[in-house]
Design a protein around this ligand. Sequence first.
Ligand code: 5RP
Length: 232
Amino acid sequence: MGWENKIATTLQWTKEISNREQKEAVAAKIAERVRDGDVIGVGSGSTSYLALLAISRKVKEQKLSVLAIPTSHEVSLTCSIMGLPTSTLLNARPDWYFDGADEVDPNKNLIKGRGGAMFAEKLVMKSAPESYILVDSSKFVSYLGEKFAAPVEVDPRAVHLVETELAKLGVKEAQMRMAVAKDGPVITEAGNLILDVRFNRIEDGYEKEIKSIPGVIESGLFMGYRPEILTT
Ligand code: 5RP
């Protein structure tokens, strides 16, 4: 059984990836960047998955040695199935990082976190000297929040406090993210909840202001990171 089939038996969503052709085209671009000995930070989501697949093929064909720093258990599992060795930020530093995004504005600010992995994604992105955001054409927006809510990961004990503080920032709506079966909230890898937040307008300082609310672990606003945007 090939990698893709092995992974699909565990991660069903990999069979139905939206805009797959565009995502594969941009995945091929990032695979070109891989060099022997690279330590690579790996984001989460379907575009990152396709990029990891392209990278793994190249690594195998050219017998390269690379080390991956995953941003979720899912990516870690995928690396294991593909035979890519992994490490953590405690033992290695990424030479570069790649990831997808939900929205990219004209100043390269991002909304991320539809997969709920923004805490680890921000940690690894910030630890890398170079970051590449891989996006299909649907991800470009004229302002952040145009299509998606901004996710905020919250310690369960702090949900009411965070909702109250967010209201002061001009929030239109903050919805607890629910599991697909709607039988309970989404619980992140760290045991937290996610509030999907719609603002009247996302201002420059919001990432820091949201992070400063006690109980907020991280938000999916990535403002001022200036990653390189790769697209088709
Ligand atoms: C996960 C993320 C993803 O990068 C983002 O949601 C984009 O996902 P996809 O590549 O599946 O469109 O931030 O936390």
